[in-house]
Design a protein around this ligand. Structure first.
Ligand code: PRP
Ligand code: URA
Length: 211
């Protein structure tokens, strides 16, 4: 599995404001979207393109366009929804599918409560969006869902990860096709409640104001 931690002062700056417990929901939402756009630049480095002939005002030339079938973006509800606009801004022709997952706060096991995805993903590049990779349980379940539908090329984009969760995803995805994870930062650890330390708290609650 390929892991890339985007290292850029703008990302670190925005992440610092995002982490701050005094940052209100509207600012938090904007920052998640902006961070997503910055991470999308790294995450889409391998997006499939095909040659296209065009004419500039001066001469004919050849460029590229995003190849068919278009990439599929899969935000993991709820918190991943906050990243969607930041991604489609950069890849407006992509299609969007949805996976709804919730982590049981006692067992930390994820359950899938909603799914709206194409049946056959065998030739689709898939981009999974979820701000938080904590134990890794949700991301492993989401990627496995896509692999079962035939996906062979999956990139997960997360804002923060815990080292324990990242290791769990790496272990689960060993030999399972082309899986990449692009991250804004890898934090210190998970605490006993399964929260990322120092982290940013509960991303879904902070996005949607249910704290
Ligand atoms: C959060 C987060 C991830 C998951 C990460 O979602 O957005 O999906 O927890 O934890 P894990 O790596 O230990 O599985 P949550 O289940 O709280 O749902 P929400 O997005 O609706 O808030
Ligand atoms: N989910 C979150 O939203 N935050 C964490 O720190 C862990 C899981």
């Amino acid at each position: 599995m390929r892991v890339h931690v985007a290292d850029h002062p703008l990302i670190t700056h925005k992440l610092t404001v995002l982490r701050d417990k005094n940052t209100p929901s509207p600012v938090f939402r904007s920052l998640v979207e902006e961070l997503m756009t910055l991470l999308a630049y790294e995450g889409t480095r391998g997006v499939r393109v095909e040659p296209v002939d065009i004419e500039t005002p001066v001469s004919p030339t050849t460029g590229v366009r995003i190849a068919d079938p278009k990439p599929l973006i899969v935000p993991i509800l709820r918190a991943g929804l906050g990243m969607l606009e930041g991604m489609v801004k950069l890849v407006p022709t992509a299609e969007v599918g949805f996976l709804g997952m919730a982590r049981n706060e006692e067992t930390l096991e994820p359950t899938t409560y909603a799914e709206r995805l194409p049946d056959d993903l065998s030739d689709r590049q898939c981009f999974v969006l979820d701000p938080m990779l904590a134990t890794g349980g949700s991301l492993i379940a989401a990627i496995e869902f896509l692999l079962k539908r035939g996906a062979t090329d999956v990139t997960a984009i997360c804002i923060l990860a815990a080292p324990e969760g990242l290791a769990a995803v790496e272990q689960a995805m060993e030999g399972r096709g082309e899986v990449s994870v692009v991250l804004g930062a890898v934090d210190e650890r998970l605490n006993e409640l399964g929260y990322i330390v120092p982290g940013l708290g509960d991303a879904g609650d902070r996005l949607y104001g249910t704290v």
